[in-house]
Design a protein around this ligand. Structure first.
Ligand code: ADP
Length: 200
């Protein structure tokens, strides 16, 4: 058996940094965002079904999903969003489990799920949920310095994500990444790691 941890946090919270620290401690990381992206790259497993459902115009010349075009379609049409999700979600789930199955005996499996609080069904799929939390001001500041985005672009993404309160409501463990230096964050991650139960 493997302990299964769902890791989430708003954009800029430090979730990816925490994921990397957990890997250093020995976790087996499953990056659900990377899986979702791979499914819609050129030759991606979801592309035939997406093209069948939405037509060849949602494909770039090299056969990847034309993201801006698709975003435009689902923005104006909630039913299209549902159709897209009906194609992608089962595939993401299958791939996620396939990668989780590669974990070693007794290894802690960490599922990095940016939209865990927004998605149905995750609670039942993991033993614990770890939320990386910080203030919205800090989120904006970090994404601005990481990616050079203007503040309003960060705020637009944040507006589409769950609120801090919604994430905290589902958390079993919280790392408050507000005033911590990176070495402090590492210590906080190690403490959470040490307190998790282990299954044989
Ligand atoms: P997320 O995955 O939640 O969007 P990241 O882990 O990429 O966020 O963190 C956003 C940025 O902030 C990165 O450049 C990261 O190095 C930096 N960062 C995160 N936490 C800290 C911290 N405690 N001290 C300094 N920089 C941090």
């Amino acid at each position: 058996m493997n302990l299964r941890i769902g890791l989430t946090g708003g954009i800029g919270s430090g979730k990816s940094t925490v994921a990397a620290m957990l890997v250093e401690l020995g976790a087996h990381l499953v990056d659900t965002d990377a899986i979702a992206r791979e499914l819609t790259l050129p030759g991606g497993a979801a592309m035939p079904a997406i093209v069948a459902a939405f037509g060849p115009e949602v494909q770039t010349p090299d056969g990847a999903l034309d993201r801006p075009r698709m975003r435009e379609i689902v923005f104006h049409d909630p039913a299209a969003k549902q159709r897209l999700e009906a194609i992608l979600h089962p595939m993401i789930r299958e791939q996620t489990e396939a990668r989780a199955a590669l974990a070693g005996h007794g290894q802690v499996v960490v599922f990095d799920v940016p939209l865990l609080a927004e998605s149905k069904g995750w609670r039942e799929r993991v033993d614990r949920i770890l939320v990386v939390d910080c203030s919205e001001e800090r989120q904006i500041e970090r994404v601005q310095s990481r990616s050079g985005w203007p503040a309003d672009a960060v705020q637009r993404v944040m507006a589409q994500q769950a609120t801090r309160a919604q994430r905290l409501a589902i958390a079993d463990d919280v790392i408050r990444n507000e005033e911590l230096s990176l070495p402090d964050l590492k210590r906080a991650v190690a403490e959470v790691w040490a307190n998790w139960p282990r299954f044989d």
